[in-house]
Design a protein around this ligand. Structure first.
Ligand code: GSH
Length: 80
């Protein structure tokens, strides 16, 4: 199951969350504020939210996250 790290106070986080809801992903929200300290920096190298955790590792930067999600479920197109 994908884990989504961040907080609903972030528009970027909400973008990733809406993407996952619309595409039908089963995911878990891990509520966390942005931080420049370990261990979060191992997940998101510049400490920003959102970040997702998948089987292969971690991914940050909203555009990269959305592109990844789009590639996993292309049947529900959300990007041009
Ligand atoms: N370029 C990043 C920006 C994400 C971003 O700026 N997130 C904010 C929350 S809305 C954050 O983590 N801010 C913490 C900080 O910059 O210290 C992305 O596209 O994901």
């Amino acid at each position: 199951m994908i884990k989504l790290y961040g907080s609903a106070i972030s528009n970027y986080y909400c973008m990733a969350k809406v993407f996952m809801l619309e595409k039908g992903f089963d995911f878990e929200e891990i509520h966390i504020a942005p931080t420049y300290s370990e261990p979060y920096l191992e997940l998101s190298p510049i400490g920003k939210i959102p970040c997702i955790e998948v089987d292969d590792g971690y991914l940050s930067e909203t555009t990269a996250i959305l592109s990844f999600l789009e590639s996993v479920v292309p049947e529900v197109p959300m990007m041009e």
